[in-house]
Design a protein. Structure first.
Length: 366
């Protein structure tokens, strides 16, 4: 089976006039949005994928990109491949923003891909490798609206208020969550322009969001796609079903869009989620149900304070901090008030006990 790169080899010469925009095209553009366009697209500027790719690879080498240590490191290579095709090369890149605010715990980036004379695809970038970005992911569990979600809504409202074309909104990981949220809570005049919303292995929402008339009003336009061993797209809750697709990887590595398997112009589907994905979903859901919002917030704050104590700002720096970083983390935990240490330990025990209880139930039922 093939992935999105091979799809472009096979279908790259087929224009959208012959084969309309599809779910694979959606994932390609969502993956491309992970590219750092800073310095390559100015405000109020529009450039083709072909032009941006040429400028990008005049500054960066393929070897440098392949040597990066993030799951989305190959996004620029997706852009390069796309730039060489008839189908994608002339797509215009515009309305790029990239926001990272440590104080507000906000990470949001978005970009629009406009297919001339056809349609625009608004792509919200997923979680990057910063601790701020990952903390905002966890904040989804106790906040009614994160700063990133709020800015995503503002992006749609501001960029499309004076435009008449129809749009597709999408994203991967947290970007998928932002796409659904922005689509649901955008102004009515914007909402009327949205024909489809793609969430590619994006986490869900709190029940308050699910019950809102805004969310209910866009359900028929949402297409959720998750890999068979999804660990991200099954988090929290949704009111829609998901298309489950085959991946060439295992476990959390299936979150990487480059591993999703393609058949002609669609994904290769499987019937059910893998057992480990269902187990994780049950474990986390049951554990969260035992914690109120205040406890969830404290738990997350402590976890990320410990990670930040290493001096790291990215996940790669956390894993590379070694013994010194571990020592700083232990000092921070030891310095917490006794009641906070006890509460943190109790929440961890509950998580382990929840998973163990589910395993016991499954064994007993067999």
């Amino acid at each position: 089976m093939a992935n999105i790169m091979e799809y472009m080899d096979w279908r790259g010469d087929v224009p959208f006039s012959m084969d309309p925009f599809n779910e694979v095209d959606n994932l390609i553009l969502a993956q491309m949005s992970y590219t750092d366009f800073d310095g390559f697209i100015a405000d109020n500027e529009s450039k083709s994928i072909r032009t941006v790719s040429e400028a990008y690879f005049n500054k960066h080498t393929v070897e440098e990109i392949e040597g990066r240590d993030t799951f989305y490191r190959l996004a620029p290579l997706v852009m390069k491949k796309a730039s060489e095709t008839k189908r994608f090369g002339d797509i215009m890149i515009e309305n790029y923003i990239n926001v990272l605010d440590v104080d507000k715990e906000e990470q949001m980036a978005a970009v629009t891909f406009t297919i001339p004379g056809y349609i625009s695809y608004v792509a919200f970038r997923g979680t990057d490798n910063t601790l701020v970005g990952w903390k905002e992911d966890f904040n989804l569990s106790y906040m009614l609206e994160t700063p990133g979600q709020k800015r995503a809504v503002r992006y749609l409202n501001e960029q499309y208020k004076r435009k008449d074309e129809k749009i597709i909104v999408g994203g991967h990981s947290k970007g998928g969550n932002f796409a659904v949220y922005a689509g649901a809570f955008s102004d009515d005049e914007i909402k009327e322009k949205i024909i489809k919303i793609y969430t590619n292995d994006g986490p869900g929402f709190r029940r308050e969001v699910l019950g809102s008339k805004e969310y209910q009003g866009i359900l028929d336009r949402i297409e959720s796609i998750i890999p068979e061993e999804s660990m991200v797209g099954i988090l929290l809750e949704n009111s829609f079903g998901s298309k489950i697709v085959k991946s060439s990887a295992r476990g959390i590595n299936q979150h990487d869009p480059m591993t999703w398997q393609v058949y002609v112009n669609k994904f290769f589907e499987v019937e059910n989620l893998a057992g480990k994905s269902r187990f994780m979903n049950e474990t986390v859901s049951n554990w969260l149900s035992e914690l109120d919002d205040e406890k969830r917030a404290r738990f997350i704050d402590i976890v990320f304070s410990v990670l930040s104590a290493t001096g790291a700002e990215t996940l790669e720096e956390v894993t590379g901090s070694g013994v010194k970083g571990l020592s700083q983390s232990i000092k921070l935990l030891a310095g917490l008030p006794k009641e906070e240490q006890a509460e943190f330990t109790d929440m961890l025990k509950k998580l382990v006990a929840t998973g163990g209880g589910l395993i016991f139930d499954k064994i007993r039922k067999k």
